[in-house]
Design a protein around this ligand. Structure first.
Ligand code: NAI
Ligand code: MG
Length: 358
């Protein structure tokens, strides 16, 4: 039976890299049926909203989507489609693998790690008190009653971390490790300073680690972890991080292995999954054929694995490796002159090439 997948081409370079990805995934021959749903700028032009209800309905039906980048319009009053999707579908885990790729110049060979980032809580929960606002003054006075003093000219961002939120991301991380052959989880935290937020996250991690002893677990303060990552990233397997640290370290890890044109990602919940590259819509190169489709193609490989098509996922990743290690067909961001379509064609044809035939 064919797998139904919602395809959101996106804005800017989105349609180009989406088409390239669709071509490669179709070439695996596993039978994918694409349900194309426009969101973003084209949806605004046609329907007056960047995220029409039909898009969410489609994902609720297919349960899985491949998504191109979507421009976040500034000053139009529209909420970010990316934030809205995450919220509406409760995609509480961001998963971002970083893997050294053959033939891509980097100081760190042998990196193969995954960042799992909590997507809904922490300092990114959006609980903001502006400096000088009446509610901020009220907050100051309440805090004084509890013996906490903050300056009158302070702005405040609140960091909530709940047992519910922590437990589900921790359980997700252990389940992910088991499903993907990862043997060791490192939790990054600053629990010695933030006792009741990071400290709670750490406590839940320890509790869950007891019942998941088949997967190794260690905890590390986030500053020390950052140093260790830049010294010897090959020591790490899976990093589990609260929202803010996860945002920062997932970019750091992408940088370890060669940049935005190569960084795939997924937003996952218990029910739905949306796969997308880490990069944005790159308006500066949209329409020029210069976009590197590999980040989205590798996001497509993650999607295949999620669908239970592990062999096809591996063959896409191996085809990408082969094209990169040959070093002939590359987009300008990797120092080459090939177009988006030429890279897609090379990966699709490498899918069906036996080793030794090159
Ligand atoms: P961007 O990632 O689109 O571009 C940053 C730089 O990297 C640009 O110079 C671009 O040309 C280059 N680049 C990005 N992807 C590339 C690729 N596949 N191949 C070659 N070069 C690539 O970030 P920017 O410019 O900050 O954002 C543009 C728009 O995308 C904004 O509206 C932003 O809100 C949106 N965005 C959407 C995301 C999503 O849909 N998940 C994620 C990040 C940004
Ligand atoms: Mg970020």
């Amino acid at each position: 039976m064919a797998h139904l997948v919602t395809l959101i081409p996106g804005d800017g370079i989105g349609p180009e890299v989406s088409e390239a990805t669709r071509r490669v995934l179709d070439a695996t021959g596993i039978g994918l049926e694409w349900v194309v749903e426009e969101a973003g700028e084209r949806a605004v032009a046609r329907e007056g909203t960047p995220l029409p209800p039909r898009v969410l309905e489609s994902i609720r039906r297919t349960r899985v989507a491949l998504k191109g980048p979507i421009t976040t319009p500034v000053g139009t009053g529209f909420r970010s489609v990316n934030v809205a999707l995450r919220h509406e579908l409760d995609l509480f885990a961001a998963v971002r693998p970083s893997r050294s790729l053959p033939g891509v110049p980097t100081r760190y060979p042998g990196v193969d790690l995954v960042v799992i980032r909590e997507n809904t809580e922490d300092l990114y929960a959006g609980i903001e008190f502006e400096r000088g606002a009446p509610e901020t003054q009220e907050l100051r006075h309440r805090l004084m009653e509890f013996g906490h003093e903050i300056r009158e000219d302070a702005g405040v961002t609140v960091k909530p971390i709940s047992v519910t939120g922590a437990r589900r991301i921790v359980r997700f991380a252990f389940a992910f490790a088991r499903a993907h052959g990862r043997t060791s989880i490192t939790l990054g935290h600053k629990a010695n300073i933030m006792l009741f937020s990071d400290g709670l996250f750490l406590r839940i991690f320890r509790e869950e680690a007891e019942g998941n002893a088949d997967v190794g677990s260690q905890e590390m303060q986030i500053d020390h972890l950052s140093m260790r990552l830049t010294r010897s990233p090959e020591d790490f397997d899976l990093l589990l991080l609260p929202n803010l640290y996860g945002d920062i370290l997932s970019d750091l890890c992408a940088g370890l292995v060669g940049g935005l044109g190569l960084a795939p990602g997924a937003n996952l919940g218990w029910e739905y999954a949306v796969f997308e590259p880490v990069h944005g819509s790159a308006p500066d190169i949209a329409g020029t054929g210069r976009a590197n489709p590999l980040a989205m193609i590798l996001s497509g490989a993650m999607l295949l694995r999620h669908l239970g098509e592990a062999a096809a996922a591996r063959s896409v990743e191996e085809a990408v490796d082969r094209v990169l290690s040959e070093g002939i067909v590359r987009t300008p961001d990797l120092g080459g002159t090939a177009s988006t379509n030429e890279v897609a064609a090379a990966v699709a044809s490498a899918l069906h090439r036996e080793d030794g035939q090159e």
